[in-house]
Design a binder for this molecule. Structure first.
Ligand SMILES: [Zn+2]
Length: 279
């Protein structure tokens, strides 16, 4: 992950993180990244890990799938919004390439303290760490959060005291669908960019315009997380197929249009973030 993020950071493009909701997602992300010769990040939220069989199953499936599909572009597995220090340890032990520790709901002191523990363990095992300050709004994993702009001094404190590899400063983005227009804090981004020489991560990118996306990348966002956009494309295609063909029951036929929709959306996003043909 370190190399993936730093290459993007230097060359001013962003690597998309796509969250997986199962084998179909993982396969689609890896195949499309290979086709587009793009580096890619597969994310698993804390909750989905349990729903899909646990850290070890996911890490080994990911590794084997890369082998079976002969994926040679850089593709890494990342724990998204790890809710506890121990969960991050579990992911490291299982073979994840990268973890996010999300202590954004804690005081900055506790966030720093816990993030430090994760960094120490992860770095010892060659795993990178992302951390968050402020709060990305909206609903993720069924948990609702109010949007809270990151405090710039807290961002600086977290980066300087913990040796994290990337920072997710919440600056107006939202998980899930935006209610009204997104209101990203570009002034804050600019200030932060002048102060910190570290790749930033944008959460909740589904629904952000191309122009805003370009701006966030110019301010050093090297990892951009997508989930909702994929899931909308997936479910719309599934709904349409079943409505138009009510007699369908063969799972492969039921699911094919959704798989195609996933592939197309992933390719679109890879082109949008500039990751296309960067591998
Ligand atoms: Zn997120």
């Amino acid at each position: 992950m370190y190399n993936i993020l730093n290459d993007a950071f230097k060359k001013r493009y962003a690597v998309p993180q796509f969250n997986t909701n199962g084998m179909i997602w993982m396969e689609s992300i890896l195949k499309t990244a290979k086709k587009c010769r793009a580096p890619v990040i597969v994310g698993t939220t804390d909750k989905i890990v349990d729903q899909l069989g646990g850290f070890r199953l996911l890490a080994q499936t990911f590794r084997l799938m890369k082998e079976e599909l002969n994926v040679t572009v850089p593709a890494v597995l990342h724990l998204d919004h790890g809710q506890a220090v121990e969960r991050c340890f579990e992911a490291v032990d299982a073979g994840y390439d990268s973890v996010m520790y999300d202590g954004s709901k804690l005081s900055i002191e506790d966030n720093v303290e816990n993030t430090k523990r994760v960094v120490e363990y992860a770095h010892r095992n060659g795993v990178t760490v992302e951390a968050e300050v402020g709060s990305v709004g909206g609903t993720e994993d069924g948990v609702y959060s109010d949007m809270l702009y990151a405090d710039l001094n807290e961002c600086i404190q977290l980066v300087q005291e913990t040796s994290i590899d990337s920072l997710a400063p919440a600056l107006g983005s939202v998980h899930g669908k935006y209610k009204g227009e997104p209101n990203l804090g570009f002034k804050e981004m600019e200030k932060l960019r002048f102060t910190l020489d570290i790749p930033f991560v944008l959460h909740g990118a589904s629904g952000i315009s191309d122009e805003e996306l370009e701006k966030t990348i110019s301010y050093g966002h090297a990892k951009i997380n997508y989930n909702t956009e994929l899931n909308i494309a997936w479910s719309n295609a599934l709904r349409k197929n079943l409505m138009e063909n009510p007699e369908l029951h063969n799972p492969m036929e039921v699911l094919q249009p959704s798989k195609d929709a996933l592939n197309q959306t992933i390719e679109k996003v890879i082109k949008r973030t500039g990751a296309y043909q960067q591998a």
